[in-house]
Design a protein around this ligand. Sequence first.
Ligand SMILES: NC(=O)c1ccc[n+]([C@@H]2O[C@H](COP(=O)([O-])OP(=O)(O)OC[C@H]3O[C@@H](n4cnc5c(N)ncnc54)[C@H](OP(=O)(O)O)[C@@H]3O)[C@@H](O)[C@H]2O)c1
Length: 344
Amino acid sequence: MKAVFYNTPGEAEVLTYGDVADPEPMPGDVVVAVEATALNRLDVIQRNGWFAMPGFTLPHIAGMDVAGRVVEVGSEAQGVAVGDRVVVDPSMSGVTENCRYAGMGDIYGELGIIGATLDGGYGELCLAPASHVYRVPDDMSIEHAVTFPTCWMTAAHALFDVGELQTGETLLVHAAGSGVSTAAIQLANVAGAKVLATAGTDEKCEKASEIGAHHTLNNRTGDLTAWVMEVTEGRGANLVFDHVGPALWEASVFSLAVRGRLVNCGGTTGDTVSIPSLGHFYHLGLQIKGSDPYRPEEFGPVWQHFCESDFQVVVDSEFPLAEAAAAQEKMLASDFFGKILLKP
Ligand SMILES: NC(=O)c1ccc[n+]([C@@H]2O[C@H](COP(=O)([O-])OP(=O)(O)OC[C@H]3O[C@@H](n4cnc5c(N)ncnc54)[C@H](OP(=O)(O)O)[C@@H]3O)[C@@H](O)[C@H]2O)c1
């Protein structure tokens, strides 16, 4: 099959479009003909060598979000047939024996993740355990479905499982145009939270309002903490959902309400932060929580919620698979709102 892979970390030119071996399914697996994959920040930070997930090896085919049509079904694969349109749960926790990725489900160790540590969607074909593919409804486009796995699962797990967001609470979320945050804004809105969203341009702020943010701020020009206190009438945000890291960390901590929670799932601007004031931290009873990987049983219910709801998926742009380098450059330049898709 044709795929985009790289043998060494580096700039975008390490991405090679060429022939690789077709995936070899075991009895419990299926093979999906990829119709679309979505870019995620991890694709870029692993490629340029800034970070690697435990278990990451080279050569690597990125692409955690996979949607397409099943073209091969193992003899023990249940509940799925050749021709089904599916989306793939990329996290290999809960994979049973007789699947190629069995035993790779240690969520606090070397968790197998399609497109992160295992071959992913930057190829014409992708192998997945039958237990980890979900039917795409007939009236849902592949482009809509493929935006789901990484972003919506990450956001849902961080907001509700880890962050315990409640109806009526105030959420502060940054990088409103990122895939994860476009999902968080909508999930929180539907759950009855007030959503405060920040982004790096006024245009992105306007788009954040269009998908449900109640208040927005340009975080490069505005005073974040003062703005949060103003729009919450001095109370602060009950939950901050952060994946930007150092760039907005201190202001985020000072934007929290009494007993507020800051949930982090990433560090786009770096890996090191500090608590700016211990006195402020303990006096207000603040909590800083890491968002660990979602459990396999979380995927189905959130996917069902996504299928049954009128969420706006935000697709910024589409590139042919062979132009993956250009797509990744666009992501690195933050020149997008929503998801960038690749199509084989
Ligand atoms: N733990 C998990 O399971 C998990 C899963 C998915 C993603 N993540 C992490 O979540 C983060 C977002 O992922 P993604 O794929 O949604 O990324 P993305 O779409 O590339 O978005 C990253 C955003 O970071 C913002 N940003 C960059 N530099 C900034 C700065 N100096 N100040 C403020 N904002 C800045 C940009 O927004 P503006 O243009 O508005 O500045 C950009 O839209 C990544 O760190 C990723 O690794 C974690």
